[in-house]
Design a protein around this ligand. Structure first.
Ligand SMILES: [Ca+2]
Length: 146
């Protein structure tokens, strides 16, 4: 899994996958709809979420509903920009469970043991925003125990 995350932790691979019509057709890609600045406004997504941080006060929340026990893995690939983005996993009450940072060189990735029926939120927020409105991508994987 770690190796997979490392391989997938590149913007170029994700960009390539999204540019491949056959592959992108099989993936659930969800584009953000503002407002999404609070957990109450968070939209769910299947495999890939695409959003952008438009200014230093912008933050984006996404919802993750868990349907089976297993391990959830979330990756925010390298941005390909000089932005530094905070990537957080929150529980259903909005309490932070894990955090990582994505920038030009480093993808952010979070793994977490999850159980059926749980709900989580993913928060993306700017640490350093030099390129407002640059797109980011979140990729979601599960490995289930069954
Ligand atoms: Ca937002």
């Amino acid at each position: 899994m770690k190796k997979l995350l490392k391989v997938l932790g590149t913007a170029s691979l994700v960009t390539m996958l999204l540019a491949t019509p056959a592959f992108a057709g099989d993936l659930g890609v969800r584009n953000e709809v503002e407002p999404n600045n609070w957990i109450t406004e968070a939209a769910g997504f299947d495999d890939i979420a695409v959003g952008k941080i438009s200014d230093e006060l912008d933050q984006d929340f996404w919802r993750v509903d868990i349907h089976k026990d297993g391990q959830l893995a979330l990756v925010l690939p390298t941005s390909g920009t000089s932005n530094r983005l905070s990537f957080e996993l929150l529980n259903e009450n909005g309490v932070r469970l894990k955090q990582d940072v994505s920038d030009w060189n480093n993808p952010a990735s979070i793994t977490y043991q999850v159980k059926r029926g749980e709900k989580y939120f993913v928060k993306v927020s700017p640490i350093q925003l030099r390129e407002p409105d640059a797109k980011y991508t979140i990729v979601k994987f599960y490995s289930f125990y069954n």
